[in-house]
Design a protein around this ligand. Structure first.
Ligand code: FES
Length: 208
């Protein structure tokens, strides 16, 4: 092969295997744009996933949940909170005549006569978001994921959760209905609150 021909071949190889500087810049720019686009797309999807209604998010805003006296009688009779899965809550009774309870909870939670009702968020543990079922034997709410526990009033009693169960404001309307505002969640009481000081009443469900 002539030197001229060899030179042409070398040139062709260079063109085939080496991107020109401007092509490399373009390639890098598109790669960067692609990465940013993929990142933003992922963020948008994650945000949508967060905002998307989950099972248990069927109720929103102010919701009448039943006759307040009947609800209180049922909870006291069965010694069990009333679970409302569509709202992700459990309804409990509390005693506003207990020392400190009226001051701590009276402004934002339903009171009628000498009885109080409260809507606790039991769908999402303040630790990492697991559902928190009721344990009939201990008379506490106990999280099966990492063992956080809350007394009957949703006050923290143990485990890694940073606070008590979150809750929703509530009141009793003119028709005697217990109404919870599921659009305005209240952050649960601090670990130190333990205002109603209810002790464990039997074996734990998460230890079993
Ligand atoms: S999610 Fe409830 S203790 Fe971790």
């Amino acid at each position: 092969m002539h030197d001229d021909e060899r030179g042409d071949t070398d040139m062709a190889d260079k063109q085939r295997f080496h991107l020109k500087p401007v092509e490399r810049r373009t390639f890098l720019r598109y790669s960067l744009l692609g990465s940013v686009g993929a990142g933003l797309g992922g963020f948008a999807l994650a945000s949508l996933g967060f905002l998307w209604p989950r099972p248990g998010d069927g109720l929103f805003g102010e919701v009448a949940l039943g006759d307040a006296e009947e609800l209180a009688a049922q909870i006291a009779g069965e010694r069990t909170p009333i679970r409302v899965p569509e709202g992700g809550i459990s309804i409990i009774t509390w005693d506003p005549t207990e020392s400190a309870a009226e001051g701590a909870y009276g402004e934002q939670h339903a009171i009628f006569g000498s009885t109080g009702l409260m809507a606790l968020n039991t769908q999402s543990c303040p630790h990492l978001g697991c559902g928190v079922p009721w344990c009939q034997s201990s008379q506490w709410f106990e999280c099966p994921c990492h063992g956080s526990r809350y007394n009957r009033y949703g006050e923290w009693t143990g485990g890694p959760a940073p606070r008590g169960l979150d809750r929703y404001p509530s009141f009793v309307d003119d028709d005697g209905q217990f109404v919870a505002d599921l659009g305005s969640m209240l952050t649960g009481p601090a670990r130190t609150a333990n205002v109603l000081e209810q002790s464990q009443e039997g074996p734990s469900c998460v230890d079993a």
